[in-house]
Design a protein around this ligand. Structure first.
Ligand code: AMP
Ligand code: FE
Ligand code: FE
Ligand code: ZN
Length: 291
């Protein structure tokens, strides 16, 4: 395919990585260097509910000759299901989008404190332990509580924490405020961005939302589906491919890298040049950073 000057970039492209501005363990610049070391040449930083890592990541990417796509991962919820909505190339100053992400982040703090208070009935853990694991201003979540449990010697790593104490079945879980996915899709789209459902077909509690609801999101401007993600099931991927083909959706593949917080490695899944070009050409909110 031919790429217009508008969308010039080089692959491989990994469009879903986290820094310590949310629940990754590395600074935005370190994330970019790790992605480069793993062969990635175009990347998006998609911290949960936050855009403060863009500048540092963009500078690091440009210095390494990479293309940087600003992104976010919105924490939404449909019924009881946690649904993550990726947004790319939207205007970070859009007032409606900003106020919604601020609301989510603010509520996440009280929610994390409630979880810690509940855990503290049974384990030696304090809110200060969690603050010690959280970069000031970062979007706080269960991964930071996991890191505090590790620092206290209560569990070995995040994986063990999520399988045990932090699992909803353990009894300490609390939800946080989250908009419905339709709201997240609208906010991203109206801010000139491209909305993509992250890992739509995981197994377990957050398994795939009903197809009619997904079709409503598509009707409201959803741009794509993240199909190549290690947590999507084989059956789910087949269904997502059918839905994407039927609706001419963008399909992406990404690592969901969280530094040392998860086994996922940059570039373990990638997005085709054609699909990256479609994202860039569709977006109007902000431009990619290029070398
Ligand atoms: P929260 O949004 O605070 O409920 O926490 C969810 C976050 O925890 C997700 O964004 C994941 O990055 C992370 N997470 C979920 N499961 C695991 C796991 N098994 N190991 C490490 N991190 C996880
Ligand atoms: Fe995360
Ligand atoms: Fe996610
Ligand atoms: Zn993610």
């Amino acid at each position: 395919m031919t790429q217009g000057a508008l969308s010039a970039f080089i692959g491989p492209s990994d469009l879903h990585l986290h820094s310590n501005h949310s629940d990754g363990t590395e600074t935005p610049a370190e994330v970019v260097r790790q992605a480069h070391a793993h062969g990635v040449r175009t990347l998006a930083l998609t911290d949960h509910d936050r855009t403060t890592g863009w500048e540092e990541a963009g500078d690091a990417a440009v210095a390494l000759g990479m293309t940087f796509l600003p992104g976010i991962e919105f924490s939404a919820r449909h019924d009881w299901r946690s649904v993550h909505v990726l947004g790319y190339l939207f205007d970070p100053d859009d007032a409606a989008l900003r106020s919604e992400t601020e609301r989510i982040r603010r509520d996440r703090i009280g929610r994390a404190e409630r979880i810690v208070r509940s855990i503290a009935h049974d384990y030696d853990l304090t809110w200060d332990d969690v603050l010690a694991q959280t970069l000031r201003g970062a979007t706080v979540g269960r991964p930071h509580i996991a890191d505090a449990l590790v620092a206290r010697g209560i569990v070995a790593d995040r994986t063990e924490a999520f399988a045990g104490i932090l699992h909803p079945r353990a009894g300490y879980y609390e939800p946080h405020y989250a908009p419905d996915p339709l709201t997240a899709v609208r906010l991203i789209t109206r801010a000139g961005g491209v909305a993509v459902i992250a890992h739509p077909a995981t197994s377990g509690r957050d398994r795939m939302m009903p197809v009619p609801y997904l079709e409503r999101l598509i009707a409201e401007g959803l741009g794509g589906l993240e199909i190549d993600h290690r947590e999507n099931t084989a059956d789910g991927r087949r269904l997502l491919h059918e839905i994407a083909a039927r609706n001419d959706l963008i399909i992406t593949g990404s690592s969901d890298y969280h530094g040392a917080g998860k086994p996922n490695l940059p570039g373990e899944n990638t997005t085709s040049d054609e699909m990256v070009a479609r994202i860039i050409e569709r977006a109007t909110g902000t431009a990619p950073r290029r070398p």
